[in-house]
Write a protein that binds this ligand. Structure first.
Ligand code: PEP
Ligand code: CO
Length: 455
């Protein structure tokens, strides 16, 4: 069996392979200095948290937990401020509560947070009015303004991103530890600007019902349900910028393994999953649980190659496959992928990303997604997995805790005309607070109905 040791893996061995989506830096010496500095800084997460997450994902593979992974398409340095982070944490916690209630199983909460600063682009350059400049690749790399200075890749941004990732997770940890998510204090669970009354009422009933269940349990057991059982929170980001990931890759002697300590769960994006590419080379040597995005371009042999290379020991919890086919393609594409994994004999966690296959452009030119397509893809994913004897074990959502208008539909019926009102994303359109909560409600309700239909 192939192990990193037997094939001379090390954190920089990916340099020998073709690396997609890496920025071109003008000053290699400055870049090297930054990477050296990053390598000396203390880690953002530690190996035992990573192992705890892997075990929880293994439970999700057995059907004993459900993964909720969500956050911005791209975090921005500007939004690294308390209100924005607290709101994002809050919507994820609220969604997880609704899912816990509806699915009757623990929910593993993983933010696209604390390091989601680098973006893949379909082209290396962008041309406007005759001027061609490097594409904007996220705040970790360059700046979005269309000027030569702003688009120049700046190595210092790697340090600024790392610092902000640490600040973000530090604040999240403090909120979570400080009782922000304690169900004994439902006043923390209020809905802010969610105005839609039926949604608000349904949510309040769920909070009340969980609070009652907790009181009942604590009443008969005489023990307080410890907060920690309710509020684990993990970080994830696309492991795209390989020098950034490499710099925080450490050998942990106690575990006798390598870990990426910049996040709990990095994932391989759809554009960088080539079997013989640098990203797969890097990912095969780290011990974190990893995600792999799967789109319609991937075939059975490719997927089988990926899981064999990335999880040769078939370790539980190691591989999460995040499929993002879009509502039009999921019917034809997903069954083949499920069959490919079955043939390989490997255990994976299946997660549906109903966002990235459903992006379209509004008549006014806004990149948007329709709530009904997002919901429909999740529905189809549940159904197809169940019909084929597989199991959907999670969802991966782009969302924000703010009141933006980037996706259409939902209970308040946002239309194309509303998009201009509060369109803030520089990359993909996100569900706003209300739409995200509604999606969780509908997933929970439909799962309950499916369960009832089977008894
Ligand atoms: C993303 O998750 O923002 C993304 C770019 O996804 P994908 O790699 O699936 O296109
Ligand atoms: Co995105």
């Amino acid at each position: 069996m192939r192990s990193p040791e037997s094939t001379s893996w090390h954190p920089a061995s990916w340099h020998g392979k073709p690396a997609q989506q890496q920025p071109a830096y003008g000053d290699p010496a400055a870049l090297e200095q930054v990477v050296a500095e990053l390598s000396r800084l203390p880690p953002i997460v530690v190996s035992w948290e990573i192992e705890a997450l892997r075990e929880r994902l293994a439970a999700a593979q057995r059907g004993q937990a459900f993964l909720l992974q969500g956050g911005d398409c791209a975090e921005t340095f500007h939004d690294c401020e308390s209100d924005s982070i607290a709101k994002k944490l809050k919507i994820l916690l609220q969604m997880s509560l609704v899912l816990l209630h509806g699915l009757k199983k623990p929910v593993i909460r993983v933010g696209r947070m604390a390091g989601q600063y680098a973006k893949p682009r379909s082209a290396d350059t962008e041309t406007r009015e005759g001027m061609t400049l490097p594409s904007f690749r996220g705040d970790l790399v360059n700046r979005p303004e269309f000027t030569p200075e702003a688009r120049q890749a700046d190595p210092q941004l790697l340090l600024r991103g790392y610092e902000r990732a640490a600040l973000t997770l530090n604040f999240v940890r403090a909120l979570v530890d400080g009782g922000f998510a304690d169900l004994h204090h439902p006043e923390y669970w209020d809905l802010g600007f969610v105005k839609h009354a039926p949604l608000k009422d349904a949510y309040q009933r769920i909070v009340q019902s969980i609070g009652d269940a907790l009181d009942f349990f604590e009443g008969i057991s005489g023990r307080r349900v410890h907060e920690a059982t309710l509020v684990d929170f993990y970080a994830s980001h696309e492991g795209l910028h390989l020098l950034y990931e490499q710099a925080q890759t450490r050998f942990i002697p106690r575990q006798n393994r390598w870990y990426n300590l910049s996040t709990h769960m990095p994932w391989i994006g759809m554009r960088t999953a080539k079997l013989d590419g640098a990203h797969v080379e890097y990912f095969r040597g780290i011990s974190n649980p990893i995600g792999i995005k799967i789109g319609s371009a991937m075939d059975a042999a490719w997927l089988q190659g990926l899981i064999a290379t990335l999880n040769p020991q078939n370790q539980p919890g190691r591989v999460t496959l995040i499929h993002r086919f879009g509502v039009k393609d999921i019917d034809s594409a997903l069954p083949k992928m499920i069959e490919a994994v079955r043939q390989s004999g490997q255990t994976v966690l299946w997660v549906c990303d109903p966002m990235h296959g459903n992006t379209e452009t509004s008549t006014a030119g806004f990149k948007t997604r329709r709530f009904e397509n997002i919901l429909k893809e999740v529905d189809l994913a549940f159904r197809i997995h169940a019909e084929l004897g597989s199991r959907l074990g999670g969802v991966h959502i782009e969302l924000t805790g703010d009141d933006v208008t980037e996706c259409t539909g939902g209970a308040r019926g946002l239309t194309d005309a509303d998009l201009q009102r509060a369109y803030r994303s520089t990359v993909d359109p996100r569900l706003n607070h209300e739409q995200a909560l509604e999606l969780a409600m509908l997933i929970a309700e439909r799962s309950q109905n499916r369960r009832l239909a089977h008894v």
